[in-house]
Design a protein. Structure first.
Length: 232
């Protein structure tokens, strides 16, 4: 089950196509009288996508939104992914959407990860759409190469859940959905921009035992189809 690698000539074209497929999937669930669920990444790359998606005419009050991962900081902190989503996605028509944050007031991120997964019980699963980002080092969500907790989180035999991890950059303490949770998706998208990431995706789409980058675990698994949305 090879990934579907969709290349777009520019970021605007990518955003248009991604908004269309995400809105369609959410609308299908809502039209069937169900609630809908959307999982999104943090960082700057998805912001144009957020700003356009939030304008779509959907019954947003029945849409539940959460994050693929979160920095263990206050939701008011500039580094918070929750803050990013509240500013750019929970706006316009999407303001009534139900947001389920991963960050709690628990000091210990390990205990916080357990509580985060419990809070996600409110979200319909499988998730309607999971949109993942990727770093230049091959990490997905906050599952990083070389981090022991991330390695466990990438084990497909683990039950779905959240894990506390350490990133190589500050703020280093983070909580992430594990791979099994991310694969619980009707539509699974990897969002990437730039030539470096395109090369990395092509390289890691082939299983090589000597490489252990998180994105390879996503691309070679046979459980859930992956669509790659890429532009320069």
């Amino acid at each position: 089950m090879d990934p579907n690698f969709l290349r777009f000539p520019d970021p605007a074209s990518l955003v248009d196509a991604l908004v269309e497929v995400v809105a369609r999937q959410l609308r299908n669930s809502l039209s069937a009288g169900q609630r809908a669920s959307l999982v999104v990444p943090g960082g700057s790359t998805p912001v144009p996508f957020f700003r356009k998606l939030c304008q779509q005419p959907l019954d947003w009050k029945r849409v539940f939104i959460t994050l693929t991962d979160e920095r263990w900081v206050s939701p008011r902190d500039p580094a918070s992914n929750e803050r990013l989503v509240r500013e750019h996605l929970l706006a316009s028509a999407a303001a009534p959407a139900q947001f389920v944050g991963l960050k709690s007031f628990t000091a210990d991120a390990g205990a916080g990860a357990t509580k985060a997964w419990q809070r996600l019980d409110v979200m319909p699963r499988p998730f309607d759409v999971v949109v993942l980002g990727m770093g230049d080092d091959g990490h997905i969500a906050s599952l990083f190469p070389g981090d022991p907790a991330s390695t466990r989180g990438l084990d497909p035999a683990q039950p779905p859940g959240c894990v506390a991890v350490r990133a190589p950059a500050e703020p280093s303490v983070r909580v992430s959905l594990n791979l099994s949770a991310l694969l619980q998706a009707r539509v699974l998208v990897l969002l990437a921009t730039g030539d470096r990431k395109s090369q990395l995706i092509e390289q890691e789409s082939v299983p090589v035992a000597s490489r252990h980058l998180p994105v390879q675990q996503l691309l070679v698994q046979q459980r859930t189809p992956v669509a790659i949305y890429w532009s320069h």
